[in-house]
Design a protein around this ligand. Structure first.
Ligand SMILES: CCCCCCCCCCCCCCCC(=O)SCCNC(=O)CCNC(=O)[C@H](O)C(C)(C)COP(=O)(O)OP(=O)(O)OC[C@H]1O[C@@H](n2cnc3c(N)ncnc32)[C@H](O)[C@@H]1OP(=O)(O)O
Length: 129
């Protein structure tokens, strides 16, 4: 799994207990999944369809750095199934895992559209050498 994004936990990210607010983390994950999907499918019209159960195993505190990792589990016809792991760079603990994030590729009319992708592509492979 590649950990593309790092976030610094700031005061506005905390819950009343002084640890990272779960909703903030879910927003970061959703954004990361949308960006990952947009880049993989080369389409900015993608939506989050389904997020499976989320298992919070540890937390983070102000000043900690968290890393968000995403990998592809399955290329469907219009969908892309992702897995996600978030870890705390300071404590080296896994904060949470998500087993299935289903993203759907949309056409111009806003309905599911085949994306035609079957494997992970790296941006450098798309650039002329
Ligand atoms: C280069 C850089 C440029 C940058 C440029 C800016 C980029 C910036 C990115 C912006 C990205 C914003 C995105 C943010 C993320 C949101 O905030 S999205 C907002 C929240 N989500 C929504 O509002 C979605 C609402 N739902 C819907 O509109 C409809 O349900 C959908 C998603 C269009 C799907 O419609 P549907 O009729 O249910 O579709 P259906 O054909 O049954 O299923 C479609 C696919 O999903 C699968 N599926 C459906 N339900 C399930 C389920 N429960 N479990 C598993 N699979 C399922 C189906 O199996 C099917 O898969 P395939 O077999 O085609 O692979």
């Amino acid at each position: 799994m590649r950990f593309h994004t790092r976030k610094w936990v700031k005061p506005e990210d905390l819950n009343p207990n002084g640890s990272l607010f779960g909703g903030r983390l879910l927003a970061w994950i959703d954004e990361e999944a949308a960006l990952y999907t947009t880049i993989q499918l080369e389409n900015s019209k993608v939506v989050t369809k389904y997020i499976s159960e989320i298992n919070f195993m540890a937390s983070a505190r102000q000043g900690d750095i968290v890393e968000i990792g995403i990998d592809v589990k399955k290329f469907g016809t219009s969908s892309l199934t992702l897995i996600c792991e978030v870890r705390n760079k300071m404590t080296r603990e896994t904060i949470l895992t998500v087993d299935n994030i289903i993203m759907v590729n949309l056409g111009a009319d806003g309905t599911p559209s085949p994306h035609g992708k079957t494997k992970i592509e790296f941006v450098r492979d798309r650039l002329p050498s």
